[in-house]
Design a protein around this ligand. Structure first.
Ligand code: SF4
Length: 318
């Protein structure tokens, strides 16, 4: 991807926006190329591992970044999340903010963050076939106001921290990606918050970004490596770089994608898919692992693991 100076410097950038353009997008720096045989080797490796695991499942195994993070943290949490189909205000905030940011990229003119959020909430509420639309219609004035305010904060921060994204950068938001393995018996799926650039031949020239409103966790890079794996399985070339962008602190954690990082993603996906397949086939009981997820786990009221985590945090474990 090249970044013509005329498009980038068209308006004066804030220091935060300049860091995005110069450091994160890495303008004018060479991009890596990937051996075209790599995708075939990765696919064969994954399918050889996964095929026997899913052979007896009644339905395809869906593997997402959230499911992988859950099952690697606490298997009981993974099953609880799998059984949950509701919404909370904080979950809805993420969806509304991402939809509003999507509109900010697509709409011409100076639409304010609050207007973008109202457009997004209107669109989502109108979709009564979707479960989020139903949730939004049940919100009272206070819940709606809280959601609107929080989503507006996130959108305002994004517009403050990121430069205007010209069409020549191929900006894509909320980009759905998936890769089917084992004849559709395993589906790796995800949604990229922000994708810039595109591969050219075997040259990796696109950047994947996850926009975060909370703090930094090392596992965020695992999420992005998983997306890089899906991308190479889709089109044969991964992104050149993946990054978590932390809106609250206007900072980012980035990693360049290499064969080694893809190898880490393959191993983590294989391990997680194995755990998911065993649990879905009811081959064994889930393990219960006290961990930071206990703080907001849906079954914490009924789980001894939550009490154990509280004790560990307070430093009075036996
Ligand atoms: S409360 Fe903690 S230990 Fe229990 S299921 Fe949830 S995440 Fe796992």
């Amino acid at each position: 991807m090249s970044y013509p100076a005329s498009t980038v410097r068209r308006v004066e950038l804030t220091p935060a926006q300049r860091r995005v353009v110069d450091d994160l997008l890495a303008r004018d720096q060479p991009r890596p190329s990937f051996d075209p045989s790599l995708v075939g080797a990765l696919r064969e490796r994954l399918e050889t591992t996964l095929r026997p695991l899913v052979a007896t499942l009644d339905e395809p195994l869906w593997v997402s970044k959230s499911a992988l993070a859950q099952v690697h943290s606490c298997e009981a949490n993974y099953l609880a999340e799998r059984a949950w189909s509701g919404w909370t205000v904080s979950m809805a905030e993420g969806e509304v903010a991402h939809r509003a940011i999507q509109l900010s990229v697509a709409l011409e003119g100076d639409t304010t963050p609050l207007e973008l959020v109202d457009h997004a909430m209107g669109d989502l509420a109108a979709d009564q076939a979707g479960s989020l639309g139903g949730f939004l219609s049940t919100l009272g004035p206070a819940g709606r106001g809280e959601l609107r305010a929080q989503a507006t904060n996130a959108v305002s921060t994004f517009l403050e921290c990121w430069p205007t994204l010209p069409a020549s950068w191929w900006p894509r938001t909320e980009l759905p990606v998936r890769a089917e393995l084992c004849g559709g018996r395993v589906i790796l799926s995800g949604k990229i918050d922000l994708c810039l650039g595109r591969a050219v031949g075997n040259e990796a020239r696109c950047l994947f970004v996850d926009l975060k409103t909370g703090g930094h966790y090392p596992a965020h890079l695992d999420d992005l490596r998983f997306y890089a794996l899906i991308q190479i399985l889709r089109i044969g070339v991964p992104p050149f770089r993946v990054a978590s962008y932390y809106l609250d602190s206007a900072s980012f954690a980035a990693e360049d994608i290499t064969e080694e990082t893809l190898e880490i993603a393959v191993r983590r996906t294989e391990d997680g898919a194995r755990q998911m397949a065993e649990l879905q086939a009811k081959q064994r009981e889930p393990t219960v692992t006290p961990c930071p997820r206990c703080r907001y786990c849906r079954i914490r009221a009924h789980c001894d693991g939550a009490r154990e985590w509280d004790r560990l945090r307070q430093g009075d474990s036996p």
